[in-house]
Design a protein around this ligand. Structure first.
Ligand SMILES: [Zn+2]
Length: 373
């Protein structure tokens, strides 16, 4: 039942400021000084070498006093508590890096009751803009969503930094972003992450996100391979980060993300990025609702064009057993999962069939068009 309390208010939320452009980090002080002067900077050592040092240098030259904490790698309750302990005396939090670093920074800021600035170094997820974090166990299994009273105060996206990340990250972000419209369209009558119904603007953002990906996705992927910041690349970074973020939070998630969450229980998939599993979950959702072949082909073609996985073999689990898929289906249908936002009938058996059907549809598509769609 998508709306058991019969809520009738529409609800839309977003970060206070979103800034994106080449070499945007050089102007970080301008955008961050309203939040304070003593930030806790959470980033891992790799990100620190790529972009953290230059952020530190520019902020220090503007009189900021920075407490740098090295992110240990998992957005777990333990890691959040550790960072909260180190954040005493800071006046805002900066999360710089990938999805898990950002999710941890948002949770730390919420616990310390501080503002948070998010500086993504990849466009691999729609985590930067939302007022929620995904909390994992220390082993990397999905545990729960954590919700905060506000979205990030500043999201600052330096596209020169994003272009230096492997193109696989941009593709994964596209996998996460292509799910946005597909999922939100099924959530018209369900409650979004803000607690209300979808607005027309949330729906329009989801549509635009999909339009940009289908128009520029492949071009942006190729530009990223040569670290070129092009208009197509800028458009896709915005689709992955801003449009997907606003679109999923105020639009709603459905089966694709629930199936992704189920997949996190298969240890051999832990090397995959969030959006890679979401991409496959999107195909499974389309199978689950009985999407016609012509519609399915649009998404399969797009995913293949940016090397997103559409078969078990491409996911790296060619010999996955029915028992394992049943476990994924069971977790996808856990109480409170976003799969229950859908009006369509959902059972573990139907989801099991949809996951196997997605692999079969992916293999058939590849056999029909060849691998390089
Ligand atoms: Zn996602």
């Amino acid at each position: 039942m998508p709306n058991p309390k019969q809520i009738t208010e529409r609800y839309f939320q977003s970060p206070s400021k979103y800034i994106q452009g080449p070499s945007a980090i050089k102007n970080a002080a301008l955008y961050l000084e309203k939040l304070g002067k003593k930030p806790l900077l959470a980033c891992d050592s790799n990100v620190f070498n790529i972009a953290g040092k230059s952020l530190l240098t520019t902020l220090e030259s503007h009189g900021f006093q920075i407490t740098h904490v090295e992110f240990a790698g998992e957005s777990s309750a333990q890691e959040i508590d550790r960072m909260v302990g180190l954040g005493e005396g800071c006046d805002f939090v900066i999360g710089m890096g990938g999805g898990k670093t950002m999710d941890t920074a948002k949770a730390v800021a919420s616990k310390l009751n501080l503002s948070v600035a998010i500086l993504p170094t990849t466009a691999s997820t729609d985590a930067p803009c939302s007022a929620l974090s995904v909390i994992y166990t220390p082993n990397g299994e999905f545990e729960r969503y954590a919700f905060f009273h506000a979205n990030p105060d500043v999201v600052l996206v330096d596209t020169t930094v994003i272009a230096r990340a492997p193109a696989r990250f941009l593709a994964a972000g596209m996998g996460d972003a292509i799910a946005t419209n597909v999922e939100a369209k099924l959530c018209k009558n369900s409650i979004n992450f803000g607690g209300g119904l979808q607005t027309e603007v949330a729906s329009a953002i989801g549509n635009k996100c999909e339009e940009v990906l289908l128009k520029y996705g492949k071009l942006a992927y190729e530009a990223n391979k040569v670290q070129a910041v092009t208009p197509a690349f800028e458009a896709v970074v915005e689709a992955n980060t801003l449009m997907s973020g606003l679109g999923f939070e105020s639009g709603g998630l459905a089966a694709a993300h629930a199936i992704h969450n189920g997949f996190t229980a298969i240890p051999s998939l832990h090397h995959l990025l969030h959006g890679e599993k979401v991409a496959f979950g999107t195909v499974a959702q389309l199978i689950l609702i009985g999407a016609p072949s012509a519609e399915l082909d649009v998404y399969l073609s797009f995913m293949l064009s940016v090397d997103l996985p559409i078969t078990f073999a491409q996911l790296g689990i060619p010999d996955v057993s029915d028992d394992e898929i049943r476990r994924v289906a069971k977790l996808s249908c856990a109480p409170g999962e976003t799969i229950w936002n859908m009006q369509d009938p959902v059972t573990e058996e139907l989801v099991f069939g949809a996951i196997k059907g997605a692999d079969a549809a992916g293999r058939a598509y590849i056999a029909r068009v060849g691998k390089s769609a």
